[in-house]
Design a protein around this ligand. Structure first.
Ligand SMILES: NC(=O)c1ccc[n+]([C@@H]2O[C@H](COP(=O)([O-])OP(=O)(O)OC[C@H]3O[C@@H](n4cnc5c(N)ncnc54)[C@H](OP(=O)(O)O)[C@@H]3O)[C@@H](O)[C@H]2O)c1
Length: 379
């Protein structure tokens, strides 16, 4: 089966673009020979949000941040574009970026704009607003700007950077204590009416903030950190999402690569472009102690023929059908491995046993340093 066939079959199965529609692969569109992939369809569809705010996306999205920001060395742009194109060819239709991703403002958005150009009208792109930059276009730590005029400015810039006519999902990246959430939601509601944005999302916010925003503009998805080493959203946020019919997009679903088993106490992070060296869970001591969790996943995975990444992803995919993780990678092999998580079946009893084994390991180090954790809205 070619990548083209695989993708056409997926879309036909959805009844969305009708089986008769010819959907060229990204490689074909860019003039390259399509890669032959003898694999079954490896993504399914899910719905984030409800009613008029519903958005239909593949069960696994693709996080583009690490291609320019916070994940140390990356391959060159040509290779990275191939990875994005391959994600599309394997069926992924949901790509995540943000104004803040990059050594300078919008570096990642601009890259994503180029990478998705051959198939931009057949996918959905999420981006985010809310940070402040200095005169060199670098993010100013701890400063936020969700004033309506800035949201509008970022929207215009993002549309241009991404080369699209509407942002499919526009998130407030961090809560801004200086701007009432009603004003933020109201501004995005206006952008939706104007056709510049299709859906509204927020990152790392608590239940009351979600409720207040949702009254003003129906929220499609909340994006927060969530994985086997950070399950806090389950207690306070998930019940509200279920009640209001809002979707959940876990970011860093592999805990920034750690659960994939390729990061350990000897890993050297590029201190100029990788935030992991600042995170308490990524000190050599913490990595050494926490590696027991990877061992638990590896042991569990061996009995199912799965890798630790696949376990980490399928675990959250099996929690609820309104959860859509967005793992990031710069490697074709990791991309395919991650998307194949959906090929496996694990029973509820087995997941409970895995959760017990992971909970038995005392995790060393907080997920964020105190000043960053304080920027998280938990109200
Ligand atoms: N809203 C927010 O505040 C926020 C914050 C952070 C991230 N995000 C979003 O979430 C996305 C994903 O987050 P993330 O990049 O922090 O974390 P992640 O997806 O948990 O991990 C990415 C890292 O895992 C490695 N990896 C991927 N697949 C692997 C596999 N099968 N085996 C071993 N290693 C593997 C990647 O390295 P290789 O390149 O070597 O594969 C990469 O360094 C981002 O791209 C971004 O869009 C949002």
């Amino acid at each position: 089966m070619t990548a083209t066939t695989s993708r056409r079959h997926l879309l036909g199965g959805l009844g969305a673009l009708a089986a008769t529609a010819f959907v060229p692969s990204a490689q074909a569109a860019s003039g390259q020979k399509p890669r032959v992939v003898d694999i079954p369809d490896i993504v399914q569809m899910r719905t984030l949000g409800s009613g008029a705010a519903a958005m239909h996306v593949t069960a696994l999205g693709f996080g583009c941040m690490g291609m320019s920001y916070h994940r140390s060395e990356t391959p060159d742009a040509t290779m990275l574009k191939r990875v994005v194109a391959q994600a599309y060819d394997l069926g992924v239709n949901f790509f995540d970026t943000a104004q803040v991703y990059g050594r300078v403002r919008a570096q990642n958005e601009k890259f994503v704009g180029q990478a998705i150009a051959p198939f931009k009208n057949r996918i959905q792109v999420a981006s985010k607003f809310g940070f402040v930059f200095d005169e060199h276009e670098k993010k100013i730590e701890g400063r936020f700007d969700s004033r309506p005029e800035n949201i509008r400015r970022v929207c215009e810039e993002s549309l241009k950077n991404l080369g699209i006519e509407a942002i499919d999902l526009f998130y407030q990246h961090r809560f801004d204590p200086a701007v009432p959430v009603e004003d933020v939601a109201g501004t995005v509601a206006d952008l939706i009416k104007e056709g510049k944005v299709k859906h509204f999302g927020m990152c790392e916010v608590g239940p009351n903030t979600i409720r207040a925003a949702h009254k003003e503009c129906p929220v499609t998805a909340i994006q927060s950190e969530y994985h086997l080493m950070w399950r806090e959203p389950e207690t306070k946020v998930f019940p509200v999402l279920q009640e209001l019919g809002i979707g959940f997009v876990p970011y860093s679903p592999l805990n920034r690569g750690f659960l994939g088993g390729t990061v350990n106490e000897y890993t050297q992070f590029d201190v100029t472009n990788d935030n992991r060296h600042t995170l308490p869970r990524f000190t050599p001591q913490a990595l050494r102690a926490n590696y027991r969790i990877v061992e638990v996943l590896n042991h569990f995975g061996r009995t199912h023929g799965m890798t630790s990444s696949q376990i980490a992803l399928l675990w959250m995919l099996d929690k609820a059908d309104w959860i859509v993780p967005i793992p990031g990678t710069t490697k074709l092999s990791h991309l395919e491995e991650n998307l194949r998580s959906l090929d496996f079946k694990v029973s509820r009893t087995e997941w409970t046993e895995l959760e017990k084994q992971v909970a038995a390991v005392d995790i060393v180090g907080d997920r964020y340093p105190a000043e960053q954790q304080n920027q998280i809205n938990s109200n």
